[in-house]
Design a protein around this ligand. Sequence first.
Ligand code: KG4
Length: 360
Amino acid sequence: MLILGIETSCDETAAAVVEGRRVRSDVVHSQVSLHADYGGVVPELAARDHLANARPVIEQALRDADVTLSDIEALCVTCRPGLSGALLIGTQIASALAWATYTPPIGVDHLVGRLLAAYLEFPGRVCPEPPDFPFLGVLASGGHTALYRVNGSHHTEILEIGATRDDAAGEAYDKVAKLLGLGYPGGPLIDRLAREGDPDAIPLTKPMSKKDTFEFSFSGLKTHVARWVKENGLPENDATLRNLAAAFQRVVTDTLMEKALAAAESEGLSTIALAGGVSANSSLRERGAVLCEAQGVRFIVPDFRACTDNAAMIAYAGSFRAQRGEGDRGVLAISPRTILPRLTRKGGGPRAPLDRPPLD
Ligand code: KG4
């Protein structure tokens, strides 16, 4: 089935054509430079930029896949969670295209797309063997950080079992980079510096390191770095900057992986799959593999293209609903919140039915 995916939930305007797991085209227009001066995404600017770029991005995706709109059998679009103005642009365009082509529009929860991104096969790449259900999904991006039990591809089969109480991991990277005057987005910049630093040179405490909770607090970690800067001043030389970056990165990596391994053990899951922008992190990928191997857990990292916002994962996640003949014609609504239920008290989605006791 040929599926067109559209993604505009935050700061990337993306369109892709997917056939099964195979990505036929994948076009992403990034707004990073638009928001760079502000150190974060400005919702109004994001929505306007999506409006300006959606049409050329979609046209490019169709051209790259060597198809026309009339070949498309279903239109999948991110409808939640995200910035309301940005989501509205994507869903309105998808609805209009669906109306014009007699194709069902299918709303997709962005987080479901993220968690299934490891299944995508990009042309010309060696793709990792995808995870078997059930698996533990570790989603770490600029807007979300949570652990999920993923029993299947439908949103009703995914349960959030742990999440950040405050900042997402990527947000912490961006805020720490801003604090150190490095620029935006902070993740790749800190990652590069950290590779040449000594993670043990500067002691930073792991926040929420108690074993009996699957919650995170990356705001706490950012505060530790801010306190270090207050006491010691901004790093005066490259070596100290690299060491601080390495220490911060080690704490983020170990926190994510230790909680993930504990959650996998508690849920009886033998596979951990990463998702989200932070899963591009070199230390998370390397240490994750080492820590998982030591515990006999299969560790899956998505292709780099699948780590950041893209529309291929939205098309793929929506394809299961399309195959069942489902659609959202006339009822495609947006929401800033995810539909995925959560066990923890804090988190983005609705509270899970209490036949499982809350974890906190
Ligand atoms: O998934 P993503 O592209 O979308 C949003 O959630 O917006 O994630 C972006 C986030 C940013 O916070 C960025 O700093 C972080 O992912 N990121 C990284 C790396 N590359 C991107 N964080 C750590 N290491 C990286 N290599």
